[in-house]
Design a protein around this ligand. Sequence first.
Ligand code: AMP
Length: 377
Amino acid sequence: MNDNPMQQHRIIGILGGGQLGRMTIQAAQKLGLRGHVFCSEDHSPAGQVADAVTVAAYHDRSALAAFAEQVDIITYEFENIPLESIDFLAQHRPVRPGRLALEISQNRIREKEFLNHIPGIATAPYRPIETVDALAPALNALGLPAILKSACYGYDGKGQVRIDQAKDLDAAWRQASRDGGAVLEAFVTYQKEISVIVGRGIDGQIRCFEPSHNSHVNHILDISRVPAGLKPSLAEQAADMAEYIAQTLDLVGLLAVEMFVTRDDQLLVNEIAPRPHNSGHWTMDGCKTSQFTQFVLAVTGAPLGDPGRSCDVEMKNLIGEDFSRRDQIVLPNDHIHIYGKSDIRPGRKMGHVNRTRPFGAVGVPFAPAQPLDTKRG
Ligand code: AMP
């Protein structure tokens, strides 16, 4: 029997055709592996670089069965995949990370219940909201301002409403609720937002990337900076928390943990994602092993790589029209990564740029993006 995991798993099947899948396949190919993408659209960013592509609906059993037949191991690059499809695929091939991580991260209510049950982990105070009538009492309990978020299918601020006054609650409910209801969260006045990405291998080996400091504009990640400017004790605590969550999920793969650092130096978890994450793109040019390589190593059962940092880094997303004016953003030594999307749309992530500099050196910072309503094309 061949017990080299990299040789056993020669074709990685990836559910999802976005940029995270694209960069995962590129990392896999550098390791001598091949990538087969299963997604619902033609010409996807991942499909363009994959060795094979299946275009079908995520619940199409015969397409899923044929896909499983052609790959050695299966993973996913986004959360909105039917759990029944994961269960079905798991009968044919190993699916990593498994069902639990997906089930929890798909639904904000389940996610917050799970997180708050882990000793030492807390989120912002919240209330599950199943009907509009539950909103006023929940606002009373949590206070104003608060944020109403759809429980499922929300990302980049979609399906979210900030509530500053206890009026027009019907409109807020209509905006945020989807199948699966919503969750009301107390508004956190944080000093900064950070995230930690942790890799966990099949044997439980854990390797954590340094936290990044993340700035958002229009609810979308704009810039990640590393080092994050945290006190060493807080950085260590953030890593311990991310590792502990990954262990509790018995996760094999990558887990991104977004956190708020409150004004009194508490860490509150905002959300988790069991996959590579936008706030980890800095690792592509700033670490000995990138988040995508680590992801591939973990899900294929190989020993994890060294996540140590080799320089200071700033990552800036190229969003919407930033892509057309990227000449004004990118400096000669920057590392640019483009996702192969043909249509530029407001809020659409088209690529990102990593700006590296030696440890502790002063560099030219990226200018922050402008809020949409004042932005000029
Ligand atoms: P999310 O989709 O939950 O990641 O939220 C998107 C962004 O909205 C976050 O990165 C924060 O900038 C902001 N946000 C979300 N929840 C809260 C909260 N409870 N308090 C303050 N800001 C929040």
